[in-house]
Design a protein around this ligand. Sequence first.
Ligand SMILES: *Cc1c(COP(=O)(O)O)cnc(C)c1O
Length: 450
Amino acid sequence: MAPDAVARRQEAVRAAVREGLLGAETPVLALLDVQGIRETARQLHAAFAGPSPVLHTFAVKAASLVPVLELLDEEQIGAEVASPGELALARAAGVPAARTVLDSPAKTPAELRDALETGVAVNADNPQELSRLDALVAERAAAGQTPGATLGLRINPQVGTGSIGAMSTATATSKFGVALRDEGAEQWIVDSFLARPWLTRLHSHTGSQGVPLELMAESVRVVFELAERINREAGRQQIDTVDIGGGLPVNFAGDETDPSFDTYARLLRRTVPGLFGGRYTVVTEFGRSLLAKQGFIAALVEYTKDSGGRRIAVTHAGAQVATRTAFAPEAWPLRVGAFDAKGAPKHTPDLVQDVAGPCCFAGDLVARERALPELAPGDVVALWDTGAYYFSTPFQYNSLPRPAVHGFRRDGDGGTRFSLVRAAQRIEEVVAESGAAQRGALTDGPAPGR
Ligand SMILES: *Cc1c(COP(=O)(O)O)cnc(C)c1O
């Protein structure tokens, strides 16, 4: 991350406190660096530019916020969606169908039909889904229509596992795609393509965070070789597009962007030169690597206390906004920034502290035994690198409301300008969404004896 980005972020904390976006009434909020997102999008385009045409899509689950999708679309990055909700968000953001890819492992017949009618590309996950597509394509053909959308098949190249099992999608027994190395599977895939001239894409996504780059590149190589074989046997370039998924890991240990899109693209060009030479279109689906470092959570320290010789800072950011970190702290460590009550970086000597959240379970910690400037009530903590899969994917534990998300930009005078991306959920909304209108549903009138 450029030093400039670090300065922008720190200034945003100060401005959020000064303007009252963060304070006693609003003790937690999330911030997104608009310039940082644009710059990251441009780095992605530059890394993959030519000779092959490339369509970049953003994995919507990584930051399911309409203004984010709209901003990325303006930067010519479409949307990879995996549910009717995500598809609706992409549409609400104005992402055109031609830049949208539907990848869920559990698409219903209605979702498949909708995709064909609206021209959203579909990667089928399994043989049964392919049969459903057969029926829909046949129905359309009977009505004199083309398949309507670009159709492909997801392959699990079974190249192995990364350091986080739950994030590895190309293991031998992964639930995703058609397992390439199972007995007879490769021949089945080839025959399936030869029997379906409208099937023109191969897709794979080797997992998110913790998967070594070499393994990701090896997956792409395996899928490319499969595309070459199918095209040879078809006697024409039936497969014209390879979708290589996302999964570029993010460095949660420091400010540097490492690995970069450039590093990964160079490795891919070396490992699979044929894919990038111009004969194929390449589709990508990056999520975390586009947004993680462009967003953070800021929260007030409410109390500090000592327990069993341990200092604990009780803050307003815990499992409701940093769910993975609270439940799997080894796999998802976060860096914490310490700021004083005015939002200025604290430089007091370090003290080993736990940083806790507001939830009522013991594991609700975002950092354990961390050396940080000593925190005091009214101070502010920042959870860096949380722009993807954190505040955009809240967990409604303890009926805690979703925090507001604001974008920030430098204005002409070097100040910081905020714009609301998602309003904070109000307590009345929490109550309404918790069945308030269904009072009486479980009772039979007034309780006896009352
Ligand atoms: C989650 C997902 C992605 C994005 O993964 P990141 O690690 O966020 O880059 C891309 N494609 C598919 C199919 C996914 O499930």
